[in-house]
Design a protein around this ligand. Structure first.
Ligand code: BGC
Length: 721
């Protein structure tokens, strides 16, 4: 019998997925998104904040609006204001050795790009809840994540920290992340607002972007996080159209607060403010870290620009008002009250008992995140039947690949790739660090692990290092049955050897349990169900934004002191506008190596019976889209069903198609499910720069459903009147 999956997308960009008829055990579709409700409502918290503020001296208020000891917000015992610890970041708790919070370990979750590859909103919730609980165990009041800068170029060194190239997918994952995180009492911080899409001289880079692009591509994930109830936002290092994000009234007051409706606490990224008057007037609430730290040389050159040190004099000189400081302090106090930290201890040691659960979430995420990109002649799965001889070699077989910088998480109970495979295959697997040609030739299958170590602070070359490239081509020359396992944060170049290897598993940074998941997939114990949240280009020059580094310059791969005042500002022109990711490849007719939304399974799915509630839609009314998905293979599997909308004619440039719905469903062999999705007015609209709002232009649209952005299985026309 058929099961029916129903999906609605409402005007406020809040996704709701619910099962309306279940005939057997359901899975992810039972989960329903529900906005975060703060411990203390806004009005009550605001009143309490006013009372506290009325007792504080100006000096005390000023000392609150800049950070303390690098990662703290000051506390005042006499006002019962607790000191608050802020810690990184999106993929788990980054433990700083110099700060002892009594948290001995933290779970290394798969990186956020991997989480996004699951397309599983319930996992986004559970993953963030696990991280939030570890924050509570360590007395961390504010998590400095999730990061959600859109994947504009594959070379961004922080892509692993973010949620892929598509605003709709990122938005759905982020809203669930925020709710999962804040349900634990830990405040989430949406970062980095805005347009910090590469790391190359991130503190000297000026993102030049048009307004429509800002609204259609770069803010929807933030908007979703805000609508879900996120309490904090962190601004970015870069300039936006010539103004530093952390000092820009346009960015903070006009865009973030007025347009996107954010009412919480806005903090700066660490050392990213240069003019205290502008920072204060921009709408910023908290300057981090608010002191020179290890950048004393820079401030010796440019002078002391910190809000905390300058505010009193600036008030005296009437450059800023007491009311400005009051606003900043109030936003900090009110937001903290809302989270509950003024009414209970930040730290709750009982969460230390939940590590086993968190490890399980890390494992489940990895199981759904790994993407099978290539599987010639069904080389995978390789059954652990003692028959085939498997040789494992390559990089990251004894250590795990992970992202670095403030997002780095060490993890514990780490299972190496060699051990994870041995645990499943025993003697069937041979792990050889440097196999001789003969050994490579003799193996039935070679599992070759490669990867990159990406980090905040610099970008990574899309081209793999020469030794890695050589490793793959040489191995493939010896054996036709090579399966490459790619451990990385975003896209890397596979073009030269893609057709020479039998299989490719995109493993991302899969966290402390990632290798267990990988081994299960190789062995067929888990059917792969991840799909790419990014497009992987054939060559970097094919991609949008490929000219972000000026001619003659080269990216670097180590920390560069980009705060030095003599370093010039570099303009990064977002000339591709809204054509980011698959929107670009579609518009320019460039064939990428792997398309957005693509991923193979060990089974096959068939789509049929696409219908819409009406082909003539009145502006403002909703369109119900229904279709059936059947597992036509012989094993159970999960399919990520994708819905795209295409505007046929428009007075402005529209992408060829845009993702406006997805759902991950689990199907037994032979099972069929009816999927139902509801589209609303906004799903057909674009950002109108004249009206400064979303606009629906009546006309013909096509609704496309399929298994990837390039594998559309059915389509139907609708006319919007
Ligand atoms: C990063 C932020 C991080 C902060 C605090 C900065 O370098 O850009 O993402 O939250 O450091 O560690």
């Amino acid at each position: 019998m058929k099961k029916i999956i129903q999906k609605h997308i409402n005007v406020l960009a809040i996704l709701f997925i619910g099962v309306i008829m279940i005939t057997s055990q359901a899975d992810a579709q039972d989960y329903v998104f529900k906005k975060y409700e703060p411990a203390v409502d806004y009005k009550t918290a605001d009143k309490r904040a006013s009372e506290i503020l009325s007792n504080m001296t100006l000096e005390e208020k000023i000392s609150l609006v800049g950070g303390e000891r690098s990662f703290y917000i000051k506390g005042f015992e006499k006002y019962k204001i607790p000191e608050l610890y802020l810690s990184d970041a999106t993929q788990g708790v980054h433990i700083r050795k110099e700060i002892n919070t009594g948290l001995p370990k933290s779970t290394a979750m798969p990186c956020p790009s991997a989480l996004t590859a699951t397309w599983n909103i319930e996992l986004a919730h559970d993953y963030a809840k696990a991280v939030g609980e570890e924050c509570r165990a360590g007395g961390i009041a504010v998590l400095l994540g999730p990061g959600m800068n859109i994947y504009r170029v594959s070379q961004n060194g922080r892509n692993f920290e973010y949620f892929g190239e598509d605003p709709f997918l990122a938005a759905r994952m982020i809203e669930n992340y925020v709710v999962g995180m804040q349900s634990t009492g830990t405040m989430a911080t949406l970062k980095h607002f805005l347009l910090n899409n590469t790391e190359y001289y991130r503190r000297k880079s000026n993102s030049i972007v048009d307004e429509r692009t800002i609204h259609e591509i770069y803010t929807p994930a933030f908007k979703a996080g805000i609508d879900a109830g996120a309490l904090c936002v962190m601004t970015s290092y870069n300039q936006i159209n010539g103004e530093w994000a952390a000092e820009s009234k346009y960015v903070i007051t006009d865009l973030l607060r007025k347009d996107l409706g954010f009412k919480g606490l806005v903090m700066s990224d660490w050392w990213s403010t240069w003019d205290p008057v502008k920072s204060i007037k921009s709408g910023l609430d908290l300057e981090m870290p608010g002191e020179p730290g290890n950048h004393k040389d820079v401030f010796a050159k440019i002078g002391n620009t910190f809000v905390k040190d300058n505010a009193a004099k600036l008030i005296e000189d009437k450059k800023v008002g007491v009311n400005d400081i009051d606003r900043m302090a109030k936003n900090i106090i009110r937001t903290s009250i809302q989270s509950g930290v003024y009414d209970r201890p930040v730290k709750d040691e009982s969460y230390k008992n939940k590590f086993a659960e968190h490890e399980q979430v890390a494992l489940n995420t990895a199981r759904e995140a790994i993407v099978l990109l290539r599987n010639q002649n069904d080389i995978l799965p390789i059954l652990p039947d003692g028959k085939k001889k498997i040789l494992l070699t390559g990089q990251f077989t004894e250590t795990i690949a992970r992202g670095g910088g403030s997002a780095k998480v060490e993890g514990y109970n780490i299972v190496t790739m060699a051990d994870a495979l041995k645990n499943i295959y025993g003697a069937q697997i041979d792990y050889i660090k440097n196999p001789a040609d003969e050994e490579l030739k003799k193996a039935d299958v070679v599992l070759l692990s490669i990867g990159t170590l990406d980090s905040e602070g610099w970008d990574k070359d899309f081209n793999l290092p020469k030794e890695t490239e050589d490793l793959v081509t040489n191995t493939a020359a010896k054996n036709p049955n090579v399966v490459v396992i790619v451990n990385t944060g975003g896209g890397v170049k596979m073009t030269n050897w893609n057709n020479k290897v039998a299989g490719i598993l995109y493993g991302w940074y899969a966290g402390q349990n990632g290798n267990r998941a990988l081994a299960e997939i190789v062995a067929g114990k888990v059917n792969p169900s991840g799909k790419l949240p990014i497009t992987i280009e054939k060559k970097f020059e094919d991609s949008p934004g490929a000219d972000y580094v000026s001619a003659g310059e080269k990216i670097y791969n180590t920390w560069v002191d980009d705060m030095q005042p003599e370093i010039p500002i570099r303009n990064v022109k977002y000339n591709e506008g809204i054509l980011v990711g698959y929107r670009w490849y579609d518009a320019k007719n460039i064939e990428p190596l792997y398309h957005f939304g693509f991923g193979l399974s060990y089974t096959k799915f068939e789509y049929s019976s696409l219908n819409v509630s009406s082909q003539n839609v009145k502006k403002g009314s909703k369109v119900k889209v229904t279709f059936d998905v059947k597992n036509t293979g012989s094993i159970e599997g999960k399919e990520i069903v994708q819905l795209y909308v295409k505007d046929v004619e428009s007075s402005v440039l529209r992408p060829e198609k845009e993702l406006k719905g997805f759902v991950k469903i689990s199907l037994k062999p032979g099972e069929t499910r009816a999927v139902e999705m509801t589209l609303n007015e906004k799903d057909f609209s674009y950002w109108d720069v004249k009206k400064k709002n979303w606009k629906l232009e009546p006309g013909n649209f096509v609704i496309l459903v399929g298994s990837s952005s390039n594998d559309i299985r059915a389509s139907v026309n609708v006319a919007v009147k």
